[in-house]
Design a protein around this ligand. Structure first.
Ligand SMILES: [Zn+2]
Length: 395
């Protein structure tokens, strides 16, 4: 077993490396998008005059109660420091249940036991924010579709409907979550699963259209017992392998607030990165919770830098900031990573901060626009009459 993503059976050896896997978060990333090669031919953002620090592959304009800054405020926060950014809200709405928290209005999922539910209007909101920009400003953003329920076999239909309603806007889907500490178990309805065929239909459709997929899936359970099967890692590897024609970014290397890395898994990560069946998968190192692991010690910094230097095409920088009110707050994760950046080769650093973003999202823009053009006149089938409430449905 030489892969971070376990294949089917589970063994003692696999267990031994489980923590390692998680660990490092760094990244298992997995290979990437070698197949996506077209470079920017679309409205390209700042180029020769681009002196920005980075492009942001992971950014939330709004929070868990659909509040945030608007895109014009975000532009001011980006200033000249950040050249381009993905743009998405959060597909989940935290319910304010008066019976649970009274007059306290929760804005984060850890603040109440009330459930979360899928909030599809986020896609219309993000699209309208993008459409309020000038073409020159729009060129700096890659909006993403998130407002679908990944357990619903109709989810791909939602994504298609969003593309047809807002052509010329979206470059990808996500960030959406399957296994996420504290969150997955709070969502109303069916529990999300990596084995649900609805998820396969989503990834398959994304591949057909050319949408970049940004997926959050913890690599392991919080506080796993010794010997506990890391089914998340096994299943996510299997899922990715089932969709070799879809460009996938695995958010946060599978780490979380308490799903933490351990030491010494570089060999394992190396194997994953060199696995040709995962070459369409990449990872982002976003989130201050992830940065805290990577910059924890000189050893973790060096180990991570060595890995990125070895696989420079497979990592993306992102902030995972949610509606930052100021540039100082927005640049926090970048500043946390300065010790890591200092140990990267010029090539690896450029690709981590900008080059890989450009490669992936410019390719997506071209493919998605072409798909939209091809399908713009598709006739939607007229569904059979739906019985009115109370009507006899025997025939
Ligand atoms: Zn995020």
């Amino acid at each position: 077993m030489n892969n971070i993503f376990y294949k089917t059976e589970y063994s003692c050896f696999q267990y031994k490396i489980r923590r390692a896997i998680a660990a490092f978060a760094l990244c298992l990333c997995i290979a990437i998008f070698a197949s996506v090669s077209s470079f920017a031919q679309t409205a390209a953002p700042p180029s020769s005059t681009d002196s920005s620090l980075f492009y942001d592959s992971h950014f939330h304009l709004t929070n868990y109660v659909q509040q945030g800054i608007d895109v014009h405020q975000f532009l001011r926060v980006m200033g000249t420091k950040v050249g381009r950014s993905t743009l998405f809200g959060i597909p989940l709405q935290q319910e304010w249940d008066y019976e649970n928290s009274g007059k306290f209005a929760p804005v984060y999922y850890l603040q109440t036991d009330a459930p979360l539910y899928y909030y599809s209007f986020t896609d219309a909101y993000i699209a309208m924010q993008y459409k309020s920009l000038t073409p020159q400003e729009q060129a700096r953003f890659d909006p993403m579709i998130t407002g679908f329920n990944p357990t619903d076999m109709y989810a791909a239909d939602h994504i298609r409907r969003v593309l047809m309603t807002f052509p010329g806007v979206f470059s990808g889907i996500g960030e959406f979550s399957i296994h996420k500490e504290f969150v997955s178990s709070k969502i109303s309805g069916e529990t999300a699963s990596l084995m649900n065929p609805a998820l396969d239909s989503i990834l398959e459709f994304a591949g057909e259209v050319g949408l970049v997929v940004l997926i959050h899936n913890d690599i392991d359970a919080p506080f796993p017992k010794p010997g506990q099967v890391p089914y998340q890692a096994i299943q996510v590897g299997d899922l990715f392998r089932r969709h070799p024609n879809t460009t996938i970014i695995w958010a946060h290397c599978g780490l979380g607030r308490i799903v933490r890395p351990v030491k010494d898994q570089l060999t394992i990560i190396d194997h994953a990165l060199s696995d040709p069946t995962l070459k369409h998968v990449c990872i982002d190192i976003s989130w201050d919770e992830v940065a805290k692991y990577i910059v924890a010690t000189p050893e973790t910094i060096k180990a991570t830098a060595d890995l990125i230097n070895k696989y420079p095409d497979r990592f993306l920088f992102g902030t995972d900031e949610v509606a930052p009110p100021s540039q100082e707050k927005y640049l926090k994760v970048y500043n946390m990573y300065l010790p890591l950046l200092a140990q990267l080769t010029p090539d690896a650093k450029q690709k981590l901060l900008k080059g890989n973003y450009t490669r992936l999202f410019d390719a997506a823009r071209i493919k998605v626009r072409a798909w939209e053009k091809q399908h713009v006149n598709d006739q939607q089938p007229v569904p059979p009459p739906t019985p009115s409430s109370g009507e006899d449905t025997k025939d």
